[in-house]
Write a protein that binds this ligand. Structure first.
Ligand code: ATP
Ligand code: MG
Length: 327
């Protein structure tokens, strides 16, 4: 659905160049929810704005749904953009228009006749669960309701791709959960593809099939969530399953064990105790049901002097668990 190659964008502020996006390649498959995470200033918003060419990249190619946007002239680009919806952190609604009129406005801009607009607006508000608030003004809506209007408006042109820049960052955890469920449902019902930016691990856990970690304009890690978290060197795994500082357990060595997918169903502790005669202490742990898979990380302490230790670690790795010394 999205193919980005060699994307670069440099800003010049007060005579100083800032390279916000520094050579990004990205592929998002149709129907996939792809998340970009990273610290403030990493270049996430700039990357997103380059996907619909709100920002013209200096270098690189952006192809959406088979059309190379970077090769289009302005009039064709405007048309192609209709296939891409966008939702924002602060909703960007018109304060002087009702929920219905905010959605209708998007249709008006596209030249949809009045009668058709009314039908479509009702459909869209219903889709996002806001049919009963059609006549409310933004000031009369909660944050979650405002974002629902924002989503309805983004879907007005029946886009196949939705871009989202921190759509839940201004919302409380419960409301965030409801909006994430709505977005998940929409990907399935409408066959939407979503490219989203977030700094919340909750969003990655609940919504994303694949993710990239961005730092200083580059992707430092990217791939399917299920694959990344099963890698012992993954920053994402550490972020999703934080185990805290490593304690000292006298006479023991500490290991972090990653369990991903079906591996998580295996009773690996009893495997260690029965097969290798090891006493296993669990020091810390986190297991989560993710959108993509069920997974977790456990920090265990194993007796340093146990003769079966090396064999046991090898056995775990062979069985598909990620095992590394805790650090
Ligand atoms: N229009 C602009 N003019 C000058 N510099 C810019 C412009 N837009 C972004 N930048 C700079 O580019 C870098 C990346 O900014 P960007 O907004 O893409 O980061 P971000 O990852 O979205 O951050 P945040 O999480 O805070 O939203 C920053 O150093 C920022 O100051
Ligand atoms: Mg940003």
């Amino acid at each position: 659905m999205i193919r980005i190659e060699g994307l670069r964008k440099t800003f010049h502020s007060r005579g100083r160049p800032v390279t916000a996006v520094d050579g990004v390649d990205l592929t998002v498959a149709e129907g996939e929810v792809f998340g970009v995470v990273g610290r403030s200033g990493a270049g996430k918003s700039t990357l997103l704005r380059c996907v619909n060419l709100l920002e013209r990249p200096d270098e690189g190619h952006v192809t959406v749904d088979g059309v190379e946007l970077t090769a289009l002239r302005d009039d064709r680009l405007r048309q192609a953009r209709q296939g891409i919806g966008m939702i924002h952190q602060h909703f960007a609604l018109l304060a002087s228009r009702t929920a219905a009129d905010n959605v209708s406005f998007a249709l008006e801009v596209m030249g949809v006749p009045r009668r058709e607009r009314a039908v479509r607006v009702a459909e869209l508000l219903d889709l996002v669960g806001l049919a009963d608030r059609a006549g409310a003004y933004p000031a009369q809506l909660s944050g979650g309701q405002k974002q629902r209007v924002g989503i309805a408006r983004a879907l007005a042109s029946r886009p196949r791709l939705l871009l989202s820049d921190e759509a839940t960052s201004a919302l409380d955890p419960d409301t965030t959960g409801a909006i994430l469920s709505l977005l998940r449902g929409l990907t399935q019902r409408l066959g939407l593809t979503i490219l989203l930016i977030t700094h919340e691990m909750e969003v990655v856990k609940r919504l994303c099939d694949a993710v990239a970690i961005m730092r200083d304009g580059r992707f430092v890690e990217s791939g399917p969530v299920a694959e990344l978290i099963s890698r012992t060197d993954s920053q994402l795994a550490r972020d999703i399953f934080p185990l805290g500082p490593v304690p000292t357990v006298p006479g023991h060595l500490l290991y972090d064990v990653t369990l991903a997918g079906t591996v998580g169903d295996e009773a690996f502790v009893s495997r260690l105790t029965r097969r290798h005669d090891l006493d296993v202490r669990i020091v810390a742990g986190a297991v989560e049901q993710l959108a993509a898979t069920r997974a977790g990380r456990l920090r265990i302490a194993l007796p340093e002097a146990a003769p079966g230790l090396a064999d046991a670690l090898g056995d775990l790795r062979t069985a598909g668990f990620g095992v590394e010394a805790a650090r």
